[in-house]
Design a protein. Structure first.
Length: 169
């Protein structure tokens, strides 16, 4: 089994918040991954060594400055009444509505959904905003969200193996 039922998922409250309740038809499109599936995705796309963003190794692409091309601010958009994603993100990502995306909190906490659903309910996802990563399936672009209300956008790098001696760290 690759997913956990939203009805039993410990973080489901972010989608049931009184002021931002996700409709049932959209909630069905947000799939929390099992710890095993999340760990596989994390190790293949984020880091083979660190279990969360605070444990990234020096050679993990999310901590490599060259991975990030653009910075922006999400906090004002999140606090506004408008549901739309910050303009810079909406305009810069060339993902189709059907693109599968993964919102990665740590190696055991990953949500799978479609870009269209993430865009509609991004504020719910950003209840978790401490260096979380949004990546798309078969896409190089990535976004990292920070607790200070900023984000970085850039290109996902390769994930070196845990014992890759060719990378200085």
């Amino acid at each position: 089994m690759k997913y956990i039922s939203m009805s039993t998922y410990k973080h489901a409250w972010i989608f049931r918040h009184a002021e931002m309740t996700v409709p049932a038809e959209d909630l069905a499109e947000i799939k929390p991954m099992t710890a095993t599936a999340a760990n596989d995705l994390w190790r293949n796309n984020i880091s083979k060594q660190g279990e969360n963003p605070d444990e990234f190794a020096d050679n993990d692409w999310p901590v490599t400055p060259s991975s990030w091309e653009t910075t922006g601010e999400w906090q004002n958009s999140w606090e506004s009444d408008a549901p739309t994603l910050p303009e810079l993100l909406a305009e810069s990502l060339n993902w189709t509505p059907e693109t599968t995306v993964y919102y990665c909190i740590d190696n055991e906490t990953v949500f799978e959904t479609r870009w269209e659903i993430f865009q509609k309910h991004w504020k719910n996802f950003l209840f978790f905003d401490d260096k979380t990563l949004l990546i798309g399936r078969k896409r190089k672009q990535a976004i990292q969200f920070h607790q200070d209300g900023t984000f970085q956008m850039g290109l996902k790098g390769t994930v070196p193996s845990a014992n890759d001696s060719s990378v200085n760290g």
